[in-house]
Design a binder for this molecule. Structure first.
Ligand SMILES: [Zn+2]
Length: 88
């Protein structure tokens, strides 16, 4: 068995790691136009520990960005509330 992402041979104890990764693209062909991918397919595939870490790190970073956006929105709301209180 090999890692789906990088192709390295997996040891017996590494074969339990599965991650959701892109397995294909749906490409629309239109006559006279350059074909471009319109949708991506994702599936669970067996990966090595290194790739699993990389994938986890990537998604964790996205989550952090989302949390930062949420924190910023909360801060703006609180500031607006304080402003409304102070200018009453
Ligand atoms: Zn790998």
């Amino acid at each position: 068995m090999h890692c789906y992402r990088c192709g390295i041979a997996l040891r017996e104890d590494e074969r339990h790691l599965r991650r959701k990764i892109q397995t294909g693209e749906l490409v629309r062909h239109e006559p006279g136009r350059r074909s471009r991918p319109t949708a991506s397919r994702y599936g669970l595939r067996v990966v090595c520990a290194r790739c699993a870490r990389l994938i986890d790190f990537g998604s964790g970073r996205l989550e952090l960005v989302e949390n930062l956006k949420l924190a910023l929105a909360m801060a703006v709301l609180i500031a607006m509330g304080l402003f409304a209180l102070l200018t009453r």
